[in-house]
Design a binder for this molecule. Structure first.
Ligand code: SF4
Length: 291
């Protein structure tokens, strides 16, 4: 029998000063935008309305999204379109690799929509993309932000086998809120993904949690303990922002001081690196996580 979770109350919390976002601009920003457009690539920076787009694109980095821009899932915090995705494009790995080379990146973050419609969950394109980047842009390090492959471990194994430098899988929220926030995902399955990554020999594993969805401090610490139990090395904590009125409402804005406190506790619990702040997103300062 499924557990009944009371809906998160919809209330409007005024946005604090520290969350004001600068508008995108600058030469590097324009170059990255042009490159992405010319190579028909998608970025989570745009689809996810990331508040750090100016900083990251201005520094010549971007988080590329593979396997299309339509997701088979409907997470209640995410602005990526849900629906029936297009057919897999087998030229995508090469286009991504050429783009990484052209942008002159040292470190690249790759993510994808979830492809529950595919038997392999997109694992073959994932592995081909990582191999193509190694071939066309040697020396570039990679972080791959992957989904849970619906618990089909043989598909997850295909990513493990090509050994990206960092592999992330986001918990996104605490255990109690997972069914509401990540409708088709399961908390324990995500922990299992992270455990299998570490057991499979991935040197640096990473996960992220959004704060402001109604979680308590005890629930945050429980999630930290579960992540450490799965051997996770790097943790990101950031403020949840409601992308549209159709998405979950913000329950609270966490102050920068409180984020600093969570960082301290995370480090005490044994994470090698904790990125914690109102504007932190999964890929923020990703190059620093090659510790
Ligand atoms: S699986 Fe990822 S891309 Fe798809 S809706 Fe959820 S967060 Fe968004």
């Amino acid at each position: 029998m499924s557990e009944t979770i009371p809906p998160l109350e919809s209330k409007r919390v005024p946005k604090p000063e520290w969350l004001k976002i600068k508008l995108p601009s600058g030469v590097e920003y324009s170059d990255v935008k042009k490159n992405i457009k010319d190579n028909r690539l998608h970025t989570i920076c745009e689809s996810g309305q990331c508040p750090n787009q100016t900083e990251c694109w201005g520094a010549g980095t971007a988080t590329l999204m593979i396997l299309g821009n339509v997701c088979t899932r409907s997470c209640m915090f995410c602005n990526v379109a849900t629906g029936k995705p297009e057919n897999v494009d087998i030229t995508e790995p090469l286009r991504v690799a050429e783009s990484v080379k052209l942008m002159g990146l040292q470190h690249v973050v790759i993510t994808s929509v979830d492809r529950d419609d595919l038997t392999d969950g997109g694992a073959k394109i994932w592995a081909a993309t990582i191999r193509a980047i190694r071939r066309h842009a040697p020396g570039v390090t990679m972080e791959t932000l992957i989904g849970d492959f619906a618990g089909r471990w043989e598909n997850l194994q295909q990513v493990i086998d090509v050994k990206p430098e960092v592999v992330s899988h986001n918990l996104e929220t605490v255990k109690r809120l997972t069914r509401e926030v990540r409708v088709q995902a399961r908390y324990e399955r995500s922990i299992e993904v992270l455990r299998r990554l570490k057991d499979g020999g991935i040197e640096r594993t990473k996960s992220g949690i959004m704060l402001g969805l109604g979680e308590t401090d005890e629930e945050i610490y429980e999630a930290m303990d579960d992540l450490r139990g799965a051997g996770v090395d790097i943790l990101t904590l950031g403020q949840y922002l409601q992308p549209t009125r159709q998405h979950l409402a913000v329950q609270r804005y966490v102050s920068p001081e409180q984020f600093a406190e969570y960082k301290k506790i995370g480090l005490e619990k044994g994470f090698r690196y904790v990125e914690s702040g109102p504007m932190v997103r999964s890929s923020y300062h990703a190059e620093r996580h090659l510790i």
